[in-house]
Design a protein around this ligand. Sequence first.
Ligand code: ATP
Ligand code: MG
Length: 341
Amino acid sequence: MTDQRPFPPTGPDGAPPRKARRASLIERAGGSDDWHRVVAPAATAPLSEPAASRAVAPVAPFAAPAFDPAGLPATAPLRDGPVAARLDASPAPQVFRGTFHIIDRTHLRDQGLIEPEGPVTALLEEFRIIKRQLLLTAAESRQAEDGVRAERILVCSALPGEGKTFCSVNLALSMAAEKDTEVLLVDADFAKPSVLSTLGLPGGPGLLDALADPRIAVEDCILGTDIPGLFVLPAGHASGNDTELLASARTVQVLDRLTANTPGRIVIFDSSPVLAASPASALALHVGQAVVVVRADMTSDAALRDAVGLLSGCDDIKLLLNAAHFSPSGRRFGTYYGYKE
Ligand SMILES: Nc1ncnc2c1ncn2[C@@H]1O[C@H](COP(=O)(O)OP(=O)(O)OP(=O)(O)O)[C@@H](O)[C@H]1O
Ligand SMILES: [Mg+2]
């Protein structure tokens, strides 16, 4: 993922900001390190191979009735009613029942995020490459009957500010554009939730509330959006025992409800920095893939190794190089096939 800021970042004096370390992890490792044995770097996939031409295992069509916001006021309850009775009794597809909201496209654009229905940009192309790899792995895991974890992707990083939310939201926006994929973006950074403000959504009960109180159905907390296929689950109200809640047996039940009988639905968790808070490593036990965002010229080798070690609950850890000022292959998206940057 390249740096999407229009100009290289500068400090208050106009000079480049001080870097955490001189050596960035991947830009200078140049293949001399042994990360390839641990992870499959998403952002450094061979870019010469067009992502769209890769064989992608077919994803079963989403079984839930299509969400149709027509006629609903901006905060209308979603599909309330008889669905509730079906939730536990039958294998009917899971249906979300929170409120519906319009996402302000200008707000997305102002933050440098993918703009649905917007022009094809370098950012859009980069996330197309990244999502294709994640969807391919999810589809393969599904076919191998690896269970519900195949549909869950954890986005985390070693330290704060490395671009977890930026990448999670862009991934969710990109995946929602898929014909056969529905995305639930979960704000799982309980200490510093920012998915709602990033998308301009109102606060409300969320995952932590559903974990803490069995009377709260998690599907009631999920927000629908006017971006087709995009749903959001807020973090909920934090307490002092968030990690213990995540480690409880109820977490399995609650997470299972998010994808019940809906093989086309992907759940993305925007989580906390692995070395600063414990929820990410607790969540790693429940996901099929963990994407570790590595910020160019910021994430140190030691921090990344420590973080990957703490994610050992997940078998498939991928690195996503973020805010790079170069393309590993020299190729620049946005300049091909008539696309304009
Ligand atoms: N590739 C990028 N191009 C441009 N801006 C970026 C990029 N990646 C991240 N940013 C910006 O950097 C800032 C920090 O990113 P973000 O909030 O996603 O990090 P984070 O890892 O979620 O932080 P935290 O640990 O505080 O939750 C944001 O302003 C975001 O818009
Ligand atoms: Mg964040």
